[in-house]
Design a protein around this ligand. Structure first.
Ligand code: ADP
Length: 832
């Protein structure tokens, strides 16, 4: 291998690595130069090493110098693979001037074998020198090369030994160092803030453990030297033991965090938590043990547990908080919605309040009114400007305002519902009475947020109350009067010899006063039943009385009747006027029919005498009237004949007057006949339709003043006196014509229903006042004022009608409104 000069530094370095330069001579090298000198038959043999600027001889034979300047060897190593042999130096240009050639030892011959180390660096040469020229034999050359190898081997050996020694030295140093570091580490171990334990072998024999570890384990130094499971048997089956063993087997470090380990300390099982590192102990590439470093973190774990719990609690709390937050948000939203709703409902409320009939207002808690409804402004004719706050006093009556103010102030302060009654002035300046009320509106905290007030007009109620009070006053006065009257009446009753009676609606029992019994021909102390009393009524009236009494109970009509009784014991005929009515109470649903009976025999007999007289006079008048009427007709006929128009006209008028007179007299005659019982009802079966038609035919052509309309009639058969019923209809029609203005309409109808035939005559005349209606069918009754209107009459017609209808077990009545018109009705039963 060619070593280039560029690598001279590396060569020199390699040379120095042998640490051979300037060392003492050594026998082993000297023996080799001796051998070379002998074999090559040369007096000088050298082991020359080429240093930076000298050649140093490790061994020299036949030369005293230990070193020399550059010369032959430096050339020899230029070509390391060859032996450089110079047979005669004096002939070689490289050396002929060399002082070793020219001077002593006068070198002539030179042969050098390069000394090449393992890395190919030529370090020097093994050379033989002679002062005579010569040439080596091939054997000599081979031997010289072999010896050169030996030199080199020796040098190599020397280097290795030096290396070994250095290594040994280092190792000694290291051992020393490790010894110190061990003792240092022991101190460290001992003082370490962690617990350390060292295990050896597969049984994990405890070799070392610091006091922290002993304390951690709850042990003392006695565990040292014992296998782990002997020293700490409770570890068997626990994870750390398995892990330690794993580390021992695999050589891989294991870290544990917060591992639970149960140890027996002071005889008690204790659960602790540990962070640990189990590292393998590797010696000479073999796992010989495990180093365990542990830190007791029980407190931290527990603390962490606590803090975890705390954290959990906190998280819970947070969740709660979040939920609460959500709730708040949603309730906030609700609140907003609610406020919106409130706003809407307030608007709606105001709208509604605007439309109510009451006056309404709202005030702030201090009583300042800030809103009135429309009705308020409509009624008072004011504006919010004028009414705001306490401005409402302006529409109050000066007499009441102070009291109102004082009271409402009190209520605004106390928060009690306010109620007051006072007048308020309307837009025209009139005062009306109002019942006023205000309620406080409170929020959830119970604080008043508003007052809502209303004013309800009660003028009518006040008036009604005043009326009521007046009425009550009057009533009281009336009661007083009544009492007085009653007192007088009882005197009157006894003086007027009124009989009193009462019939019980539910039992039908009659109670009667002694006077009544007397009238009926009983002794005052005698008992008289209802049936016994009826027996004393003359047959003509008996049925009528029975029906009248039934009517009182069934239809609650008042009882007014005149009839005759025959005294039971004395057989005397007495006329009585009976009046009475039904008194009912809640406890007595059927009621009591009570009344009085007055003996009117005398009066009646007077009347009868009068009507007899009237009848007689009428009768007497009738004959001359009839002749008079006849004469008139003759004269009228004659006047017409002689064309005496005026006389004819006068005679016509006179005849009409006579006709009227005749009607009147007939009326009186009828009354007197009726009252003397001489009027006879001759019943027959007839068709109401035919009768009405007949009347229509008689009436319509004769009438020129009114519109007379007969409604269509259907066949209705009744049993009755055809002439007399006809007389009633005619009477109704003539009254209608009499008491209504010409040109108005008179309508006649006849309908059937409910077992009756009902005839009605309706006019558009002057009508009859309410107070007169009940008396209209009385004898001689005329409505006051009607005669002033020039209508002739004696109040007999309707009386006769009523008598006729009653004798047919029918009903007669009138419906009328003054100035509007009247409708007269009668009904008679239809044929079954
Ligand atoms: P008169 O001969 O007086 O008409 P009536 O007995 O027929 O007697 O009537 C009694 C009173 O009833 C009359 O005086 C009259 O005041 C009133 N009357 C009867 N029919 C009518 C009628 N259709 N409209 C108004 N008043 C009437």
């Amino acid at each position: 291998m060619l070593v280039l000069p560029s690598s001279e530094n590396k060569r020199l370095e390699a040379l120095r690595s042998y640490e051979i330069l300037d060392t003492l001579s050594e026998l082993e090298y000297d023996e080799l130069t001796e051998l070379a000198s002998v074999i090559c038959e040369s007096p000088i043999a050298l082991i020359s090493l080429v240093d930076k600027d000298r050649q140093w001889f490790k061994s020299k034979k036949g030369l005293s110098a230990t070193e020399t300047a550059y010369s032959f060897c430096s050339h020899a190593i230029i070509n390391p693979d060859e032996i450089m042999e110079i047979e005669d130096a004096k002939l070689d240009d490289r050396f002929k001037d060399n002082p070793l050639v020219t001077g002593d030892p006068k070198i002539a011959f030179y042969a050098g074998v390069p000394l090449i180390n393992e890395d190919g660096f030529a370090l020097g040469s093994l050379c033989v020198i002679d002062s005579v020229t010569k040439k080596l034999t091939s054997q000599q050359r081979k031997s010289l090369t072999t010896i050169a190898h030996q030199v080199m081997d020796k040098m190599e050996l020397r280097r290795k030994i030096a290396l070994l020694q250095a290594a040994e030295k280092k190792s000694n140093q290291l051992v020393n160092l490790s010894l110190t570091s061990y003792s240092k580490s022991r101190v460290l171990i001992e003082q370490a803030p962690v617990a350390i334990i060292l295990f050896r072998g597969k049984d994990l024999v405890i070799e070392e453990a610091n006091s922290q570890m002993l304390e951690l384990l709850g042990q003392n130094e006695q565990i040292i030297g014992k296998p782990l499971l002997v020293a700490i048997p409770e570890l068997e089956g626990q994870e750390p033991y398995h892990l330690l063993f794993k580390v021992f087997k695999t050589g891989k470090t294991i870290y544990g965090y917060d591992k639970p380990v149960t140890l027996i300390r002071n005889g008690l099982e204790e659960l602790g938590y540990y962070n640990f590192t189990y590292s393998p102990l590797i010696e000479n590439g073999e796992i010989t043990g495990v180093i365990d470093m542990a830190v007791n973190v029980t407190e931290q774990v527990k603390a962490r547990d606590v803090s975890k719990r705390l954290f959990d609690d906190l998280a819970d709390l947070n969740n709660d908080l979040e939920a609460a937050n959500k709730e708040i948000t949603s309730s906030n939203e609700q609140l907003v919605a609610f406020q919106d709703e409130l706003l809407i409902s307030e608007l709606r409320f105001r709208q509604m309040a605007d439309n109510i009939s009451q006056l309404a207002w709202m005030a702030s808690p201090d009583g300042n009114i800030y809103w009135y409804n429309k009705r308020w402004y409509d009624y008072t004719g004011t504006t919010l400007e004028k009414m705001k706050g306490w401005g409402w006093q302006n529409v109050h009556h000066p007499e009441y305002v102070e009291a109102v103010k004082e009271k409402i102030k009190r209520h605004f302060e106390s928060g009690e519902i306010w109620e007051d009654t006072f007048p308020l002035r309307d837009y025209e300046g009139n005062y009306q009475w109002f019942l006023s009320r205000a309620v406080p509106i409170r929020n959830e905290e119970g604080e008043i947020t508003n007052w809502f007030g209303t004013n309800t007009e009660i003028t009518e109620q006040i008036k009604a109350r005043e009326k009521l009070e007046a009425a009550q006053k009057e009533l009281r006065a009336s009661f007083q009067r009544l009492e007085e009257i009653e007192q007088k009446q009882s005197i009157a009753i006894s003086q007027a010899k009124l009989g009193t009676f009462s019939i019980d609606g539910s039992t039908g029992v009659l109670s009667s006063s002694p006077r009544l019994r007397e009238i009926f021909g009983y002794l005052p102390e005698e008992e008289m039943s209802y049936e016994a009393a009826l027996d004393q009524i003359i047959p003509e009236f008996r049925q009528q009385v029975k029906l009248g009494v039934a009517d009182v109970f069934n239809n609650r009509v008042d009882f007014h009747m005149e009839y005759a009784v025959i005294g039971r014991s004395d057989g005397i005929k007495r006329w009585v006027k009976a009046t009475g009515k039904l008194y009912r109470s809640e406890s007595d649903a059927k009621g009591q029919f009570s009344g009085t009976i007055l003996d009117i025999t005398e009066q009646k007999e007077d009347d009868l005498r009068k009507s007899d007289f009237i009848a007689m006079v009428s009768h007497e008048l009738k004959t001359p009237l009839t002749s008079l009427s006849g004469f008139m007709q003759v004269m009228e006929f004659k006047a017409k004949k002689t064309q005496d128009e005026q006389s004819a006209m006068i005679l016509d008028k006179a005849r009409k007057q006579i006709g009227k007179m005749t009607t009147l007299i007939n009326g009186f005659l009828n009354v007197s006949r009726l009252e003397s019982g001489k009027i006879h009802i001759e019943k027959q079966r007839f068709d109401m339709k035919e009768l009405v038609k007949e009347i229509e035919e008689e009436t319509v052509p004769a009438n020129t003043s009114h519109h007379i309309i007969f409604a269509p009639v259907i066949t209705t058969w009744v049993i009755g006196d055809r002439d007399k019923i006809g007389q009633v209809i005619t009477n109704f029609i003539s009254n209608a014509l009499k008491y209504s203005a010409p040109g108005t309409t008179v309508q006649i109808a006849c309908v059937a229903g409910n077992g009756c035939s009902v005839v009605s005559v309706r006019d558009e005349g002057m009508g009859i006042a309410e107070k007169d209606l009940s008396k209209l069918f009385d004898r001689y009754y005329r409505v006051e004022g009607h005669e002033l209107k020039g209508v002739a009459g004696f109040g007999i017609g309707l009386y006769l009608c009523s008598e006729i209808i009653q004798r047919h077990n029918g009903k007669i009545w009138v419906e009328s409104t003054a100035q509007v018109g009247s409708s007269f009705f009668f009904s008679v039963p239809v044929e079954n």
